[in-house]
Design a protein around this ligand. Structure first.
Ligand SMILES: *Cc1c(COP(=O)(O)O)cnc(C)c1O
Ligand SMILES: [Zn+2]
Length: 419
């Protein structure tokens, strides 16, 4: 296992505190995979009760990171549900199955990367971890750090973190610093702090986070008995997750464990769309000032854009953008289907709907989507949508709160209207 620069290909020893190449670019983990890996071997672990086998990340440990078993901090992450619904199929115009990463221990896919990053921190002998976060990374880091007996330091953009996420960071005991700036400024600050202090940075600039998140692709394929779908769609913010899924798929193909790659569809919020612009124009990414109600993807200067564009090339992928109206209407559909997810997750569904309407995704394609976070992460946006209190968004599928005096006849009038 080594680290390799995505730009100049310089390599470094894997187990050291390092997030960037000397040239400034990001780093990949490059593996020396064992030669005896088999899909049947991964499947056999599904019947095991050993903690590492029960984790939807460490079940694939040879593909993720060969660490000493004793340092691994696992909470049985992964093992998330896969859903299809007639409502969603009708809404997007194609068969879309949804892998619900909001069912991870802290309610987002970040747990898959965090179990690896925190375990590496332990292997390196670090006692403190830190991240900048739109919310879910901090919730995840705080929980894994607490479980591993480490101190956690969180930087969040003031006023722009959903309540469920901020509550988790505080609950799990992270020292939480509210920066009067946006995520991108918090990110720059935390990188500087980690360079000056003995603190391990676990944002997705950390190459081991990406290794853990590859397991979304592994588990999704395992759920499908290793049948490769035509498309995998997911939201794009800092672009660690799309980079991870593309890397994991490419490695499976290189190893000969699958024989073709699905196409990736990365969906950005229209108000936070620098990847969309870079992909369309073929130019390097130009940061933007980000604005969207899907706060988990409210990122204007994504750290993993080079890795993501590489993954899009390798998978013949596409990028699209959807506005907040489309995201929140898609969320109302996902929620009403009984599945439920936070706003950024539902960019996946809105994006697939758009790509089907444009003919990019054929109506008969086999499409899988990733729902990235739990419906309870952002309860305020749910109530604000259904009570029509979101400026610039008109709810197409409102389910408003019905206010009635404590009077039986009045209540019955509402009940009878409903029926
Ligand atoms: C982090 C996050 C994203 C964005 O993932 P990136 O790896 O930053 O592109 C999307 N949705 C949710 C719910 C998230 O927590
Ligand atoms: Zn370099």
């Amino acid at each position: 296992m080594r680290l390799r620069c995505v730009v100049c290909a310089a390599t470094y020893a894997a187990l050291q505190v390092r997030y960037r190449c000397d040239c400034g670019a990001t780093l990949d983990v490059v593996h020396d995979f064992p030669s005896d890996l088999s899909l049947a071997g991964f499947d056999a672990r599904l019947a095991s009760k050993a903690p590492l086998d029960r984790s939807g990340v460490w079940r694939f440990r040879e593909l993720v990171a060969p660490l000493d078993e004793g340092v691994v901090a696992t909470r049985r992450e992964g093992n998330t549900g896969f859903y299809s619904s007639d409502r969603i199929t009708k809404y997007v115009g194609a068969s879309l199955r949804l892998k619900h990463e909001g069912e991870n221990p802290t309610g987002s896919f970040k747990d898959r990367g965090m179990t690896v990053a925190v375990s590496v921190a332990r292997q390196l002998g670090m006692t403190h971890v830190a991240c900048a976060s739109t919310g879910n990374t901090s919730a995840s880091m705080a929980a894994y750090a607490a479980a591993a007996g480490m101190r956690a330091l969180v930087f969040v953009p003031a006023g722009n973190v959903a309540l469920g996420k901020l509550g988790q960071a505080l609950a799990y005991g992270a020292r939480t610093i509210s920066i009067s700036g946006d995520f991108d400024e918090a990110m720059r600050l935390v990188e500087q702090v980690c360079a000056k202090r003995d603190v391990y940075l676990v944002n997705s600039i950390n190459p081991f986070r990406v290794e853990g998140q590859k397991a979304i692709a592994f588990e999704l394929l395992q759920d499908l008995d290793w049948h490769v779908p035509d498309w995998i769609a997911l939201p794009g913010g800092n672009l660690g997750n799309s980079s991870a899924i593309a890397k994991g798929l490419s490695e499976l193909k290189t190893l000969g464990l699958i024989d073709r790659l699905p196409r990736l569809a990365v969906v950005q919020a229209a108000g936070a769309n620098p990847l969309y612009t870079a992909w369309r124009t073929g130019a390097d990414l130009v940061p933007v000032r980000a604005e969207t109600r899907a706060t988990a993807i409210r990122i204007g200067d994504p750290v993993s854009w080079r890795k993501c564009l590489r993954g899009l090339r390798e998978t013949n992928g596409v990028v699209t953008e959807v506005n907040d109206q489309a995201i929140l209407d898609a969320k109302a559909q996902v929620d009403a289907a009984g599945i439920g997810a936070e706003p950024a997750s539902c960019a996946t569904v809105a994006g697939v709907k758009r790509l089907v309407a444009e003919g990019v995704i054929p109506a008969d394609a086999d499409v899988c989507g990733v729902l990235t976070g739990h419906v309870l992460k952002d309860p305020k946006v749910v109530v604000d949508y259904h009570t029509d209190q979101l400026e610039g968004v008109t709810p197409s599928y409102p389910n408003p709160l019905v206010e009635v005096p404590a009077d039986l006849d009045a209540v019955l009038r509402v009940v009878d209207n409903q029926a």
